[in-house]
Design a protein around this ligand. Structure first.
Ligand code: XLS
Ligand code: CA
Ligand code: CA
Length: 439
């Protein structure tokens, strides 16, 4: 197979003092951190859509990148195979062990569902061969039930049962492909699962139907041997104004209400967190405390812009806070760090893609090192432990154990005026973290 990216070498670890932008400064896959190789902590994944399909178009102009990879687009199967070749060459050169895909990323849709499915069978045979030859794995699969005009008013939440049925059929196929490719996750991102105005919307039926579709998907996937995790990927807006999966707490409440919380976890995306006016680490923590932490879409938004910019992550502080949460949640099982990220429109060469991945991977590798240093230092965890120590004994322990009600607490309060409240010491902790991270 001829090389598609001669200007991108196999990327090596050069150490923190190295200056080669096509080498890793912090990501050393086999180096052990907190008793585990970095590659197991991080489980990096390439997103098929941004890396192999997205050409940089925006509402003011067409694409700026050439993503034909030497094949003509109208020869759809040759082009789909060229994308596979490009993807595997990049993943191998960058030591990326996983990929994620939507059905429609893999090959152009046909005129009918049957024709699309036939094309998907052929291209996934080809992908399977490349996976077997390289050891690269599928992190998760998903179904694009939001781009085509038929889904303009949603898929599971469409007012038209024919559209619901079509979405169900597409999801069935996407699950089968995920199983065929050995994927350990299946994502529901509800792009159009929301609404614009109550004037034309039956919210109750839409929510009930969305839950019905997810239940069908879980039951079917289990029946064909899918052992991985399902994830909702919360996002507050863009494209729908009122998204039903606004943020992690909203999505967990939806799952709990429909008895699906044990079946479906969260794929938390950094950019979606900031769009919901949350920090990324808040969203990861909320997933963890609901027993729903699953996977991460590692990217970064721009706080000055109100939309989903899907930038490669470079903010080490933010990534460190995220890695702290991931480690505390027990690390990844079936999930990983999927770079749902693209280079800026004016960074339009293959080398730019490599720079994007290297920067993103190094950002999370450095974040892992810093998070490990914070955990090994221990002072932050100790502080939090001490702050809540009152709940370990006396009246605090009674509250936690459910032994005290309002009457008992009134009797206690009448005898025990609270002491002056203890300082939260935020600024001290922030300084301490800076010294651990940058000292
Ligand atoms: C869009 C989402 C999407 C999901 C997969 O904003 O991030 O790409 O990750 O459908
Ligand atoms: Ca995403
Ligand atoms: Ca996104």
């Amino acid at each position: 197979m001829s090389e598609l990216f001669p200007n991108i070498p196999a990327v090596k670890y050069q150490g923190a003092s190295g200056q080669d932008p096509l080498a890793f400064s912090y990501y050393n896959p086999d180096e052990e951190i907190l008793g585990k190789p970095m590659k197991e902590h991080l489980k990096f994944s390439l997103a098929w859509w941004h890396t192999l399909c997205g050409e940089g178009s925006d509402m003011f102009g067409p694409g700026t990148y050439d993503k034909e990879f030497g094949a003509e687009k109208r020869d759809f199967m040759a082009h789909a195979k060229a994308k596979v070749d490009a993807g595997f060459e990049l993943m191998q050169k960058l030591s990326i062990g996983y990929f994620c895909f939507h059905d429609t990323d893999l090959v152009a849709e046909g005129q009918t569902l049957a024709e699309s499915n036939k094309r998907l069978d052929e291209i996934t045979d080809y992908i399977r061969q490349r996976m077997d030859a390289t050891g690269i794995k599928c992190l998760w699969g998903t179904c694009n039930a939001f781009s085509h005009r038929r889904f303009m008013a949603g898929a599971g939440t469409s007012p038209d049962p024919d559209i619901f049925a079509y979405a169900a059929a597409k999801i069935k196929k996407a699950i089968e492909l995920t199983v065929k490719l050995g994927g350990t996750g299946y994502v529901f991102w509800g792009g159009r699962e929301g609404y614009e105005t109550l004037l034309n919307t039956n919210v109750q039926l839409e929510l009930d139907n969305l839950a019905r579709l997810m239940r069908m998907a879980v039951e079917y996937a289990r029946s064909i041997g899918f052992k991985g995790d399902f994830y909702i990927e919360p996002k507050p807006k863009e494209p729908s104004k009122h998204q039903y999966d606004f943020d992690v707490a909203t999505a967990c409440n939806f799952l709990r209400a429909y008895g699906l919380l044990g079946d479906i976890k969260m794929n938390v995306e950094a950019n979606h967190a900031t769009l919901a006016s949350h920090t990324f680490s808040h969203e990861v923590r909320m997933a963890a405390v609901n027993g729903a932490f699953g996977s991460i879409d590692a990217n970064q938004g721009d706080l000055l812009l109100g939309w989903d910019t899907d930038q490669f992550p470079c903010d080490v502080y933010d990534a460190t806070m995220c890695m702290l949460e991931i480690i505390r949640a027990g690390g990844f099982t079936n999930g990983g760090l999927n770079f749902d990220a693209k280079t800026r429109r004016m960074s339009n060469t293959p080398e730019d893609m490599a720079y994007g991945f290297i920067t993103g991977m190094d950002t999370y590798a450095l974040a892992l090192r810093k998070a490990a240093a914070i955990i090994e230092d221990g002072r932050l965890d100790n502080f939090v432990e001490q702050r809540y120590a009152g709940y370990k004994a006396g009246i605090g322990a009674d509250i936690v154990a459910g032994k005290a009600g309002l009457k008992e607490l009134e009797a206690y309060a009448l005898q025990n005026e609270p002491k002056s409240p203890a300082s939260g010491r935020q600024e001290m902790l922030e300084g301490m973290l800076n010294r651990i991270m940058y000292g």
